[in-house]
Design a protein around this ligand. Structure first.
Ligand SMILES: Nc1ncnc2c1ncn2[C@@H]1O[C@H](COP(=O)(O)OP(=O)(O)OP(=O)(O)O)[C@@H](O)[C@H]1O
Length: 578
């Protein structure tokens, strides 16, 4: 801020007949003082830029970490359906907030100082000229307010559009095999282009608004400068102010003008930051529908029956469509229950309720007589071993994948679980358990067995198995069935199995038939198969007729693998009767 003042004084010094320097300094001393001041200014400026940038990045890092934590705590529906737009909040919104609270904030503060100190200096030099210059401020400020608000609105819409664009890209890139198999590249490209087009449209609107705003403010700035020069020149010629003072004043006007312009950008960027901040805090403050932190811990050694008591359920995204209606089901300690039913009858939804990904709309699920909503979800899930329909592997070694979520597992425990789950293929790999795998680098059967090993390593009180509908080749299926068989026989584990294969169904101690949201039949395999006109028989017959003649269908695979001693008799009768 000393530069305009100094330049004015220098001009007066060199044009005056009696040159004088304030504070009685010599020209040399004044030059050294100025040089020192500039150096101090430069150091402060460098420090400001550096500190602001670093703190900005730290704020972004912290926001991202906290947001990621908040996203992981949300109920699966919110994140999986992309409602939360988590990726775009994590990447774009956090950057915007980081920038506006640091770099822009520092520029903003700097411009406030620049504009107010400049105005002070101007008043000191000539109040009349300063008041003249100030006539431009009210209309420009009003314009800035409207501009800032408009930008905030646009920024919100841009973030949403970016989120949609990311979602489209994520969905098709993660299913690239399907996209390529169906030659759907042009279709996917079109979908993405549409979303990009939306982002571009919004950016265009922003460009037009900022063009108009900055064009008009620049114009009014220049007109003011011209007016100042005209009126100021008259004052100089009348001897009211010196040439140096007019020069200082004009320079301060430029400072104040650019300060105000920076303030406008600052205001706009703060508005953009507020928009992004709202999205961030929405996620940070969001209370998950299934509260993740509250509830009682479950003793891992606790055993007890699992009961579904008058459970009615509908998905939050499809309200009004009851998937389960007044369902009652009991799985005793150590018992294995197979749930069978047509595709879409709600079998997997039962497992989802057991895992507490959702809560029932009516009724309750209990464990050992206690409503599972009373337990802390993470603690409750820790006693359940889950084998999903399509097991997910993560990038890492096989050992890391088996020990997923179980950091303390020793190599011996991992190997024992793998052995129990028939993962003998691991020993055949060049690096064994240290082989690096990705999401899709194992066959379907191998993935399922790894998932079984992962579930077994937890030594769960309850095993929730969602059998894959996709058929495996005979030997792979045999290995998977054998692994399941071992679990059913050897443990005091309560098993809830969504079963598709006759071989698995035949091994379960109890079978329940799910139809139209409730259980229509239950009993042992033998009871259901022998019951004339049973729904179970109709269901199995439909499955059998769906198996292609000549290929190892359900009955063949059930026949070719010995069942448990309790069910082998039942097998013979199934074959005879079906
Ligand atoms: N996240 C979801 N949001 C809304 N509806 C869903 C969701 N998941 C499943 N559904 C619907 O709920 C019903 C039951 O689905 P569920 O997956 O439980 O059936 P399933 O019996 O396990 O089927 P399958 O044997 O084919 O795996 C289906 O009509 C399905 O469309």
């Amino acid at each position: 801020m000393s530069i305009p003042f100094t330049i004015g004084k220098l001009i007066d010094y060199f044009t005056s007949t009696q040159p004088q320097i304030p504070l009685g300094l010599s020209l040399g001393q004044a030059s050294v003082l100025l040089l020192l001041m500039f150096t101090a200014g430069a150091v402060a400026n460098a420090g400001r830029a550096m500190l602001m940038r670093i703190s900005g990045q730290r704020i972004v890092a912290q926001l991202r970490e906290r947001m990621y934590g908040a996203a992981l705590r949300q109920e699966v529906e919110f994140v999986e359906r992309g409602e939360g737009d988590v990726i775009s909040r994590l990447s774009v919104d956090s950057s915007i907030v980081g920038e506006s609270v640091t770099q822009n904030l520092s520029d903003g503060l700097r411009s406030i100082v620049m504009a107010s100190a400049g105005l002070g200096a101007m008043f000191y030099i000539s109040p009349t000229l300063t008041l003249l210059m100030l006539t431009v401020v009210p209309p420009v400020s009003l314009g800035a307010v409207f501009y800032g608000r408009y930008l905030k609105k646009l920024s919100n819409r841009t973030q949403e559009a970016l989120g949609e664009m990311t979602k489209v890209a994520q969905e098709s890139l993660s299913a690239l095999r399907t996209v390529q198999a169906f030659d759907a590249l042009p279709q996917e490209q079109r979908k993405f282009d549409q979303k990009v087009g939306k982002v571009l449209d919004l950016a265009r609107k922003e460009a037009v608004a900022s063009g108009i705003f900055f064009g008009s403010t620049g114009w009014s700035g220049n007109v003011t400068l011209l007016a100042l020069l005209g009126y100021g020149g008259t004052l100089v010629s009348q001897g009211h102010i010196s040439v140096g003072d007019l020069t200082s004043l004009l320079l301060y006007t430029v400072y104040v003008g650019s300060g105000l312009q920076m303030l406008t950008s600052f205001f706009a960027s703060i508005m953009r930051g507020v928009g992004a901040g709202v999205r961030i805090f929405e996620l940070l403050d969001r209370q998950p529908a299934i509260p993740s932190e509250s509830g009682a811990e479950v003793d891992p050694s606790r055993r007890g029956p699992v009961r579904f008591e008058n459970v009615s359920f509908e998905y939050p995204s499809r309200k009004g469509v009851e998937i389960l209606k007044n369902l009652n089901l009991e799985v005793k300690v150590g018992e294995s229950v197979a749930i069978v039913g047509k595709s879409g009858s709600g079998k997997s939804s039962i497992n989802a309720l057991l895992m507490r990904y959702y809560d029932p709309v009516k009724g309750k699920v209990t464990f050992d007589g206690q409503d599972i909503r009373e337990f802390k979800p993470s603690s409750w899930r820790s006693i359940i071993g889950v084998v999903p329909q399509d097991p997910v592997l993560f990038t890492g070694t096989i050992a890391e994948n088996i020990a997923y979520g179980n950091d303390n597992a020793t190599r011996e425990q991992i190997e024992a679980a793998a052995r129990e789950a028939n993962c003998e293929f691991v020993w055949g790999m060049p690096k064994g358990f240290d082989t690096e795998i990705g999401r899709l680098s194992l066959s379907g059967g191998q993935r399922q067995r790894l998932a079984i090993a992962r579930a077994l390593l937890k030594k769960p009180a309850i095993l929730a198995l969602d059998e894959a509908t996709s058929s495996l080749d005979a030997s792979s299926e045999h290995r998977v069935n054998d692994a399941i068989d071992k679990i059913l026989r050897s443990r005091q584990t309560t098993c809830l199995i969504v079963a598709h294969r006759l071989s698995t169904i035949a091994r379960a101690e109890k079978i329940v038939v799910l139809e139209d949201g409730h259980i229509t039949e239950e009993g042992t395999f033998r009871q259901l198969v022998n019951k004339e006109g049973s729904r179970f028989r109709a269901l199995m017959a439909a499955q059998l007729s769906a198996a292609t003649p000549g290929e190892p269908g359900l009955i063949d695979s059930a026949r070719s693998h010995p069942a448990t001693p309790t069910t082998s008799g039942a097998h013979a009768s199934t074959e005879a009767q079906l």
